[in-house]
Design a protein around this ligand. Structure first.
Ligand SMILES: Nc1ncnc2c1ncn2[C@@H]1O[C@H](COP(=O)(O)OP(=O)(O)OP(=O)(O)O)[C@@H](O)[C@H]1O
Ligand SMILES: [Mg+2]
Length: 217
């Protein structure tokens, strides 16, 4: 998938804009993966977290084995095991007993270094986060984990001292500033390439307005 087509909206010719947050995410993700560490990217809805993380992780592939995992609300440790089984493309039937399941996952994760992208992590409760910590702490696994989610993700993670003390980098996504909106809009779509700041959207526009431009007409 090219950067230009990696948009959830079907907007021909739209591009990924290298915002300040995206640049910081690139550095943070590269450092986290190199250190086989865990990081947390959090911030408001539509601020560009998912797009930034996917863009940066794609740049690390195929050298890095990246697995994306998205959960339904409040999954149990059992549901986490099943999602990981699927995300890792493991063959056969998932084991019935938790200890057997844990052994299988740990063996698979010991095979080679991997990166988990856990998006919508605000849905995870303490039990689910704890299961990731358990796998990450296992000496034979070589895991990097990137938790991405709304503000709730930060709150839940902070409540779990065993996990939050192990988070290598916290990155908070914030709204684009008015001057960032003016810089981003001409880069986002050719229709605005020659726009001057006076003809650009209002500097008070939200990031959502800034990045959900109407299609060329
Ligand atoms: N750097 C960027 N360049 C171009 N478009 C962007 C950029 N960041 C975000 N967008 C646009 O904004 C939309 C919303 O971004 P994204 O889905 O990454 O937000 P999010 O922070 O993950 O939101 P949520 O918390 O709801 O999951 C994207 O689908 C994309 O169209
Ligand atoms: Mg998202």
């Amino acid at each position: 998938m090219t950067a230009a087509t990696y948009q959830y909206v079907d907007l021909p010719d739209a591009s990924v804009v290298t915002t300040r947050a995206l640049l910081t995410a690139r550095e943070n993700i590269t450092d986290t993966v190199a250190a086989r560490a865990m990081m947390c990217i959090h911030g408001g809805a539509g601020f560009g977290k998912t797009l930034a993380v996917n863009t940066c992780l794609r740049e690390l592939e195929p050298g890095e084995d990246v697995r994306k995992i998205t959960f339904r609300p409040r999954p149990t440790a059992r549901a986490v095991r099943y999602e990981l089984f699927t995300a890792l493309d493991l063959a056969g039937e998932p084991p019935r007993h938790p200890s057997e399941f844990d052994r299988l996952l740990k063996t698979a994760l010991a095979e080679r270094p991997r990166t988990f992208l856990v998006d919508e992590a605000q849905w995870l409760n303490g039990e689910a986060f704890e299961y990731f910590r358990y796998l990450w702490d296992e000496p034979s696994t070589q895991l990097a984990i990137i938790f991405v989610g709304g503000e709730g993700c930060h709150t839940v993670l902070r409540r779990e001292p065993m996990l939050s003390s192990r988070i290598f980098i916290w990155q908070h996504f914030t709204r684009l500033t008015p001057s960032e909106v003016l810089e981003a809009i001409p880069l986002f779509h050719p229709i605005w390439a020659d726009a001057t700041p006076t003809t650009s959207p209002s500097p008070t526009a939200t990031p959502h307005t800034a990045t959900s431009a109407p299609g060329p007409s």
